[in-house]
Write a protein that binds this ligand. Structure first.
Ligand code: GLV
Length: 322
């Protein structure tokens, strides 16, 4: 084992965790100073010298990168999702991959519920109307939305975040259905098949990882099966949804709305069709973005990194297939 480890963090992170990493006696830390994320060429150029990489979800860590990173001991991602990392290549090279589940569960569930409420009650439209000076007077039919209480929520995925959204929904007096590929059951959540969930839910919220199996899960057929007037909420990954089929379903008036924090392409281009589609509420991938949670994620990412450098078990190590 080397005396000192060469570590690169691809971004400054909120909180004090990077200071802790920098002051570790066995670490030489370099932090990319931006602007933005490092370009792919920079990531590749640094690979051969690194003992550890602390990356974010916008850094693509693919098989050629692992091939180039001959000294690497650990990869630590400041994210729960790992669809940006080729986990099979990491496993083939014997590299442990750390991520940050757990610490962001409640915060991400808060955002999912905020989007559900904002979409159902048309808050972004109301905000735009007031700011544009177009609020004439109280009107009997101004911005009529949809009731959340008493409605049915369908959770696609019942991991920790899906379960946390279920708890919020129960507090709002919703009926909660849930589907998982594993058939997991959760108290207070009615187990449903994927098709029955789409048939019955007024709000469908996505809480599965993006993998080869889930990419495009919400395709034109799934959207067509959703209840007329239903809403789609996505705080997981944009690649789960066929966005052009979603825009078609909204334009056709089949769905009432979609509230989206994640997109197939991020940042979402300003001329993207979804931004011109009626009923779409958007956020810029901020599911875990609170001061406290982003600091907790940084602490966990640093703990994962230090453990991997020192050949210790990572506090949160991803399974080889994600
Ligand atoms: C955010 O999307 C994350 O994966 O942490």
């Amino acid at each position: 084992m080397p005396d000192r480890f060469n570590v690169w963090a691809t971004r400054h992170l909120p909180g004090r965790a990077l200071e802790r990493l920098a002051s570790a006696p066995d670490v030489d830390l370099d932090i990319w100073s931006g602007p933005g994320a490092p370009p792919a060429g920079e990531l590749m150029a640094r690979a051969p010298d690194l003992d550890g990489l602390l990356c974010t979800l916008v850094d693509r860590i693919d098989a050629p990168w692992f091939d180039a990173a001959a000294k690497l001991r650990v990869l630590s991602s400041y994210s729960v999702g790992l669809d940006h990392v080729d986990l099979l290549a990491a496993a083939a090279h014997g590299i442990p991959v750390g991520h940050t589940p757990g610490v962001l569960v409640e915060t991400t569930a808060d955002l999912a519920f905020a989007l559900l409420l904002a979409g159902a009650r048309r808050l972004p439209e109301g905000e735009r109307l007031v700011r544009a000076g177009e609020w004439g007077t109280w009107e009997p039919d101004l911005l009529l939305g949809h009731d959340v209480h008493g409605a049915t929520l369908g959770l696609v995925g019942l991991g920790a975040i899906g379960q946390a959204v279920a708890r919020r929904a129960q507090g709002f007096g919703m009926r909660v259905l849930g589907w998982t590929r594993s058939g997991r059951t959760v108290p207070g959540v009615e187990a449903a098949s994927f098709g029955d969930l789409l048939d019955s839910a007024d709000f469908v919220s996505l809480h599965v990882a993006l993998t080869g199996e889930t990419r495009g899960l919400i395709d034109a057929a799934a959207l067509a099966r959703m209840k007329p007037g239903a809403f789609l909420i996505n705080t997981a990954r944009g690649g789960l949804v066929d966005e052009s089929a979603l825009a078609d379903a909204l334009d056709a008036g089949h769905l009432a709305g979609a509230a989206l924090d994640v997109f197939a392409q991020e940042p979402l281009p300003a001329d993207h069709r979804l931004l011109r589609t009626r009923g779409v509420t958007v956020a810029p991938h901020v599911g875990s973005a609170t001061v406290a949670t982003r600091a907790r994620m940084a602490d966990l990412a640093v703990d994962n990194l230090l453990a991997g450098l020192r050949s210790e078990p990572l506090p949160q190590q991803a399974p080889p297939a994600g």
